[in-house]
Design a protein around this ligand. Structure first.
Ligand code: TRP
Length: 336
């Protein structure tokens, strides 16, 4: 039986942090041998918010290198850049024309981001989920590993596929496959170091709120030393009054590879002064091999370029096939 197909992506906006890694990329790596995987750097999504043209290309390379450094294996996975495959933009347009406007204005992420961006809300921000649907549907993906916050966008993708098939295909021969979200509860929600009720986020203005994959040991130590805690002695999971405590224990559990029971037992009588060095050490140790690999990859630009060239070719072969089917179903004439 053919392997199920997986597609996912991360935006090249600045650096990746622990939330991106634990919530997404680590899960991609763990599951990759079971699937046929496509992992893209979604640089078209990156310009839905104000961006810096001087750093976009470099940030794109950084994310691709971090995919490799985190353990994405080219034997099972294809790594490519979204803007290198024009089919993404083209399918977005075609899907725009079958997507009711109110499906997009109802998206939670659009509502939140448009409040934050104030008067500068561009059409791309509204259309963001249709581009994401195009990313997924072009590859006929079965599974889409994402964080909890992307669940609504996955449901929208399913709705768009169903609507397209209903309007332009038959139940016996659907053109687009409905994908399933693959959401892992462990580590799916890594919270901010400065507020345990908010997600760790690239858009938080304070760098102190997150640990970046490329932070130095000194930066990691400093951030953990100063992170928000509470005055209670004895650490525990799941106490709703202690969100920071739950978040930091979870981070420790995931980064050290210990079980929940082990961590709960180990930390039940600890104070923060005892716990923080343990978390610091586990974090530094977990990131060290990724950082070493990253440096190695970034020092060989030719290698990274060849990975992205091969990735683009493999991605295009699949994407163009779907795009041709979609255009045929819509009744377009063939280009001459
Ligand atoms: N919107 C996703 C995020 O912010 C990124 C993304 C874009 C994506 N296209 C995708 C994720 C396709 C999965 C599949 O995390």
């Amino acid at each position: 039986m053919a392997k199920q197909r997986v597609l996912s992506g991360v935006q090249p906006t600045g650096n990746l942090h622990l939330g991106n890694y634990l919530g997404a990329i680590r899960n991609w790596v763990e599951g990759q041998s079971q699937f046929e995987n496509f992992f893209c750097v979604v640089d078209l999504h990156a310009i839905t918010a104000p961006h810096d043209p001087k750093t976009l290309a470099q940030d794109t390379y950084t994310i691709a290198a971090l995919y490799l450094a985190a353990g994405i294996d080219l034997q099972y996975s294809t790594i490519f850049v979204q803007s290198h495959v024009p089919a993404h933009s083209e399918l977005t347009w075609l899907l725009n024309c079958i997507t009711p406007l109110n499906w997009l204005t109802d998206m939670i992420q659009f509502k939140e981001k448009s409040v934050r961006q104030g008067e500068n809300v561009n059409t791309g921000l509204l259309d963001y989920p249709v581009l994401m649907a195009a990313d997924i549907l072009l590859y006929q993906a079965d599974q889409v590993p994402v964080g909890e916050d992307q669940k609504q966008h996955l449901e929208l993708t399913r709705d768009i596929a169903a609507r397209f098939n209903h309007l332009f295909a038959t139940p016996e021969a659907p053109v687009l496959k409905q994908p399933h979200p693959l959401i892992r509860p462990e580590g799916a929600r890594v919270m901010s170091l400065t507020d345990g009720t908010r997600k760790m986020s690239k858009s938080d203005p304070s760098d102190q709120s997150r640990i970046n994959l490329l932070d130095t040991p000194e930066q990691i130590q400093y951030k953990i030393k100063r992170c928000k805690t509470d005055p209670i002695r004895g650490l525990e999971f799941d106490n709703p009054d202690r969100p920071e405590c739950h978040n930091l224990l979870t981070l420790y559990m995931v980064l050290s590879g210990k079980s929940r029971e082990e961590v709960a037992r180990e930390c039940q009588d600890m104070g923060w002064g005892q716990f923080k060095p343990l978390l610091t050490e586990a974090t530094i140790a977990a990131l060290a091999p990724i950082q070493a690999k990253y440096q190695e990859i970034m020092s060989d630009r030719g290698y990274l370029e060849s990975v992205l060239r091969t990735g683009r070719e493999k991605a295009e072969a699949v994407a163009n096939e779907t795009l041709a089917q979609v255009k045929a179903a819509l009744g377009y004439s063939k280009p001459l």
